[in-house]
Design a protein around this ligand. Structure first.
Ligand code: FAD
Length: 475
């Protein structure tokens, strides 16, 4: 067993971000300890995956387990947005572009068990208490576990915070998490059996449907349950919620008040408690520093409108693993490798932020609930905001293509990215809607490349970074 006080990487958190970075770092030969506060399986919201997940799972070694779990296949998304209905049918974009609607307790457990199989030392019921710093450098983690809650110290060359919304580093140590005031929404959700979804959506699709004061997600799961959630501005929730004696009464009232959605659960049975989350869009001022990095929701989180949280978490786990492996192997200076990670993750987040705010802005005409979302576009803290094709972005293809080797050494997801034809996707969205929702390409910024060349992510024989040719090398 690896000495608990002498590892290469400590990862805090065993969700999609933590298991991705831990598995990939371990497969590259690093000694990795993963601390997870809970004992899996445990409940988590966020069931709808992007196709990029399949590429990441292939790299972590978990793909077969996830196939075998028999989750509901998802072949696209339907937005019923007032009078507009946009069908993003991934099958029309090329073969093999699909993902799953998962039960998160099972999905996250599969990924955690896979991390163990990849050589990660996984400790459940282990809470990271604080990150140890020597000067500005993170050097380890103090954590506790067991009935006695005994404190332990593990020193590491790199500390990865993948603690999700808890955000140990950014909330507790750095205090650099900033919430987006104009995406301060509240989600309320429950699970139903016997629901009847409207026809016309791609197979297994998520439907996102606007209703008076917000919108509803409808996510069909393999066991016949429907995840049905309502998202509304926090202010609206705070105004209306006190009129009801329970969260469930509030939720059922909102449902009854949504004529497009209520019929799908007529005669169906509510089989869960109603849960709620709020204030959930934020970004940390920095994702990296000497000896530390923040991954997934711990770094930034975006409203669930486009169902991209797990994509962002796993994508950040992938790019961070590449940076950590290259830095700890001495191939790329740590600050440069971590800068690559931070830049690529911020760009991915920014792209989705633009798309989300534009979609809300398109909706503002109805009753102005989301009109202020547009103001986020001026948020300079997010850096430049490249916007590309809608399907390409929400499937995660833009992000994977951006960081990867384009010389053909990466298969799967890059092929998927190439298969996505921007023109055909544009056919799915009428020109008028595309304009209103801001789906037209703006600009695509280059990753920095100095005289030594830039960096890119490669996946063989293991995930790491590689230098691109200097700009003038071909001359
Ligand atoms: C209402 C709502 C709906 C959503 N719907 C979707 C969707 O349809 N599709 C989608 O892709 N995403 C969705 N998401 C987002 C998605 O759930 C998250 O983006 C995703 O779970 C992030 O993964 P993560 O690994 O960063 O964090 P998490 O999955 O939250 O994992 C973090 C882990 O860290 C552990 N932890 C925390 N603190 C400590 C500590 N101190 N020590 C040790 N362990 C610790 C936790 O127990 C947890 O297991 C939704 C989110 C919300 C709020």
């Amino acid at each position: 067993m690896t000495s608990p006080t002498d590892v290469d990487v400590v990862v805090i958190g065993g969700g999609p971000a933590g298991t991705t970075v831990a598995s990939l770092a371990s497969r590259a030969g690093l000694r990795v300890l993963l601390l997870e506060r809970d004992t899996f399986p445990r409940y988590h919201i966020g069931e709808s995956l992007a196709p990029s997940a399949r590429k990441v799972l292939e790299l972590t070694g978990a793909l077969e387990r996830v196939y075998d779990a028999g989750f509901q296949q998802k072949h696209g998304t339907r937005f019923t947005w007032l009078v507009d209905e946009w069908l993003l049918d991934w099958e029309r974009l090329g073969t093999g572009i699909w993902s799953w609607q998962v039960d998160r307790a099972s999905y996250d457990e599969l990924n955690l068990r896979n991390a163990s199989e990849q050589g990660v030392e996984v400790v459940e019921a282990a809470r990271a208490r604080r990150v140890i710093f020597e000067g500005e450098r993170a050097t380890g983690v103090e954590w506790s576990s067991g009935a006695d809650d005994e404190l332990r110290l593990t020193s590491a060359r790199m500390v990865v915070d993948a603690s999700g919304r808890d955000g140990l580093l950014s909330v507790r140590h750095l205090r650099n998490r900033r919430h987006h005031p104009h995406l301060a929404n509240t989600a309320t959700w429950g699970y139903w059996t016997g629901a009847t979804l409207r026809d016309g959506a791609p197979r297994g699709a998520t439907t996102s449907e606007a209703a008076g004061h917000g919108w509803w997600w409808q996510i069909p799961l393999a066991d016949g349950r429907l995840s049905l959630g309502y998202v509304t501005p926090k202010t609206s929730f705070q105004d209306v919620r006190p009129n009801f004696e329970s969260l469930e009464a509030y939720y059922l009232d909102r449902l009854a008040d949504s004529p497009g959605v209520a019929p799908i659960v007529r005669g169906a049975e509510l089989v869960s408690d109603i849960r709620a989350e709020q204030d959930y869009s934020y970004v940390a001022d920095s994702f990296t520093g000497p000896g530390w990095a923040i991954s997934g929701d711990a770094a930034c989180f975006l409203d669930p409108l486009l169902s991209t949280g797990i994509h962002l978490a796993q994508y950040s786990g992938l790019t961070l693993a590449a940076a950590v492996v290259s830095a700890l192997q001495g191939d790329i200076p740590e600050d440069e490798a971590l800068a690559f990670y931070e830049l690529t993750y911020r760009r991915a987040y920014s792209r989705l932020m633009v798309l989300t705010t534009r979609l809300y802005a398109a909706y503002a005409g109805q009753d102005n609930y989301f009109e202020h979302a547009e103001q986020l576009l001026d948020n300079s803290a997010l850096g430049p905001l490249p916007v590309g094709n809608l399907s390409e972005i929400v499937t995660g293809a833009s992000d994977l293509r951006e960081v990867q080797d384009t010389s053909g050494r990466v298969d799967g997801a890059v092929l998927m990215a190439q298969a996505i034809d921007a023109q055909r996707t544009a056919d799915e969205v009428s020109p008028e809607n595309a304009l209103r929702a801001g789906f037209s390409p703006l600009r695509n910024l280059e990753l920095p490349a100095d005289e030594e060349g830039g960096l890119r992510l490669i996946t063989t024989p293991y995930v790491r970074l590689s230098r691109t040719e200097p700009p003038n090398a071909a001359a």
